[in-house]
Design a binder for this molecule. Structure first.
Ligand code: SF4
Length: 375
């Protein structure tokens, strides 16, 4: 369980963050800063790809120090310990070609039929990060240069006679790096031209303006990941504030004729945490969501409770030694994934309580919005 801090200065900071969010929400002035890497590297193989070369020119035009590597391997990012490696890697974007395995798509239930990747790694600093331990090597942000090949491979996985869904955010936050890559917009355009193929992505960022005029043809569901303002401000470093994400969601859902994107939208409530005052905090979030989406739109919900594995816990505690997340296994239930790996989830009683709270609150506030799954 997330422990709320008892130290006065931290309480003051939290309070000020909440107050500042309210002020920003009122005057609408707050925008998250765009992430800029300390350096961008490009491999020779990526440089040979037209999309990779265009990305490289784009980051250079933005004034980011950019270096052409002599080899296709990324080296020199390891520090003296995991924290230094983390710092080096998380401030670096590498333009690389996706490995051949990226063209063999894997199913990703319950989110979508298949996952595919525009990039691997993410510029945010969530202290519960789902990616911790699931990607090899230092957590450098790798943007894929062979995007045309990745996209043209997707129709091979479309099932005739049914709509096939493709998830693009399993290993990255594609909007967080969109100003550097342009890959998400290109992917939305591509799906806009496909029959029976739908794109899904999710983000904790808010720079959606470049996505609004795209010809998506209703084939993309744009989802925003939300949590309480306290959890977001304390545990989701480098992301947009909850208020900024709500404003972005509103823009995505508004019809294009009204200056919005006219997208089908979604809310991913994740990770749902049993923090003190959780009911009050989540009710406030759902109130604000209702105010942000005060018009008819195609909306879905996905609900994901907090979980961790022994591997992710060890890595996250090295990356964030002062984290307030409760990683105490004894208060959790243990489950096994299909490969036999352990994960720790809330116990049955806690899960039942959280699940019924969210189902009941969402059904009463958003009766037409399906809840796609609870996990
Ligand atoms: S946005 Fe997602 S991938 Fe990025 S740091 Fe947060 S949890 Fe990890």
């Amino acid at each position: 369980m997330l422990q709320l801090c008892t130290k006065h200065n931290k309480q003051t900071n939290d309070y000020m963050e909440v107050v500042q969010e309210k002020i920003h929400a009122k005057n609408g002035s707050h925008r998250a800063k765009l992430w800029m890497p300390r350096q961008v590297l490009i491999t020779p193989a990526a440089r040979a790809e037209a999309w990779g070369a265009a990305m490289f020119e784009r980051v250079k035009a933005l004034g980011v120090p950019a270096l052409e590597l002599k080899h296709n391997r990324l080296t020199g990012l390891r520090g003296e310990d995991e924290r230094e490696t983390y710092r080096n890697a998380k401030s670096t974007m590498a333009i690389v070609t996706a490995p051949p395995s990226a063209l063999k798509l894997q199913p990703i239930p319950p989110s979508a039929d298949f996952q595919f990747h525009l990039a691997e790694g993410c510029p945010a600093h969530c202290q519960y990060c789902y990616l911790a331990g699931s990607l090899q090597g230092p957590p450098v942000i790798r943007a894929f240069a062979n995007l045309p090949q990745i996209l043209s491979n997707l129709p091979h996985y479309a099932t005739p006679g049914k709509v096939t869904s493709f998830e693009a955010s399993c290993y990255t936050d594609p909007l967080g790096i969109e100003h550097l890559t342009g890959s998400l917009a290109e992917t939305i355009r591509f799906f806009g031209e496909q029959d029976q193929m739908n794109l899904r992505f999710v983000t904790k960022f808010d720079q959606v303006d470049s996505l609004l005029p795209l010809p998506h043809n209703g084939h993309t569901r744009a989802r925003i990941s939300l949590n309480t303002a306290l959890i977001a401000s304390r545990l989701e470093g480098g992301t947009a504030t909850v208020e900024a994400r709500l404003a972005a969601l509103r823009k995505l859902a508004l019809p294009q004729a009204l200056g919005g994107g006219g997208y089908k939208v979604g809310v991913v409530l994740a990770p749902i945490m049993l923090v003190p005052d959780w009911e009050e905090q989540y009710m406030h979030l759902l109130d604000r969501l209702g105010q942000a989406l005060d018009f008819d739109c195609d909306l879905t919900f996905e609900l994901i409770s907090h979980r961790f594995t022994p591997g992710s816990k060890a890595l996250l505690q090295e990356w964030y030694p002062n984290t307030s997340i409760d990683f105490n296994e004894s208060s959790r239930a243990m489950k096994f994934n299909k490969f036999g790996g352990k994960k720790f989830v809330y116990n049955t009683a806690a899960m039942g309580m959280l699940r019924s709270f969210f189902y009941s609150e969402l059904k009463s506030r958003f009766p037409d919005a399906p809840i796609l799954y609870w996990t």
